[in-house]
Design a protein around this ligand. Structure first.
Ligand code: ADP
Length: 266
């Protein structure tokens, strides 16, 4: 079973406060996935980020921060705003995928997962198994969830990947983003950034600064932390550039693609 993440950075314009979908990327990625699945009948779960849809309302309402009891009504409506915003993005993504002939079924985290201090602690995956058994492609995404400590919080698509990979014993975890993989510093702001084929420790980063600033869920560093946790459990993952044509197709088909493998081994 493969878990494929499609970063919010490729599907939306994350720096924008507007909710814009990059339909050209979406259509291309959908057809790459379709072509790859036509060549083999692998089980697939798709996870996508919230991009410019989820981050602005999550930031506006400071979802995930401790608040006073009397603020709850306002936080609650903020929770609903975020849930609805990411659902809209998910609907547009699923629409494109279905148009391409991919049997996707959305399973929003807010409807079955619970967190404790921003970490997923509960989420029954029986439905994932049932849909996978029938040949569907479950789609899950960065979302708001109830939190036993903080009442409500945001969980990233990257954290969801980690939870799914561990609990469903994924064979392969692929993350498509808008850079080739992990560098010692942000390659978008540093021309001299050095690329890693393999990455095994946060110590290899020169700086933790510079993840996408509108991202309340952690950006590249947050991503790496989730993947290192997976690596500790023996599950390797690979970050690739999904903006480059055919990279997703190749990665799904076990062909060689430039990217960073996150693993604890050498
Ligand atoms: P996505 O939305 O695709 O999941 P993010 O926007 O959260 O991805 O993270 C990818 C971004 O992280 C890249 O666009 C890059 O600018 C930034 N980034 C920051 N530090 C690094 C680094 N050390 N290596 C690679 N990318 C980095």
């Amino acid at each position: 079973m493969i878990i494929l993440k499609i970063g919010g950075s490729i599907l939306t314009n994350k720096d924008s406060t507007e909710s814009e979908v990059d339909y050209a990327s979406l259509k291309r990625i959908a057809s790459e996935i379709k072509d790859a699945l036509d060549e083999s009948d692998k089980e697939l779960i798709i996870v996508h980020g919230a991009g410019s849809f989820g981050h602005p309302p999550a930031k506006k309402y400071k979802i995930g921060e401790v608040f006073a009891e009397e603020e709850f009504p306002q936080k609650r409506i903020g929770f609903c705003e975020v849930q609805n915003a990411v659902k809209k993005l998910n609907m547009l993504i699923c629409e494109s995928f279905i148009d391409e002939g991919l049997p996707v079924i959305a399973i929003p985290a807010s409807s079955f997962m619970t967190a404790t201090n921003k970490r997923i602690t509960e989420g029954n995956l029986d439905y994932f198994k049932k849909y996978l058994n029938k040949g569907f492609i479950p789609v899950v995404y960065g979302d708001v969830v109830l939190d036993t400590q903080l009442e409500i919080c945001v969980i990233s698509g990257d954290q969801i990947i980690q939870y799914l990979a561990v609990n469903l014993n994924a064979d392969k975890v692929i993350l498509g983003t808008d850079v080739d993989g992990v560098y010692n510093k942000n390659p978008k702001t540093h021309d001299d950034a050095i690329f890693f084929d393999r990455f095994s420790s946060l110590k290899d980063l020169d700086t933790l600064e510079g993840t996408t600033n509108v991202d309340v869920t952690g950006g590249m560093v947050g991503k790496i932390k989730e993947l290192l946790y997976l690596a500790d459990l023996g599950i390797e993952s690979k970050i690739i550039n999904a903006e480059i044509e055919n990279n997703i197709f190749k990665a799904l088909n076990d062909e060689e693609v430039k990217g960073t493998v996150i693993s604890r081994g050498n």
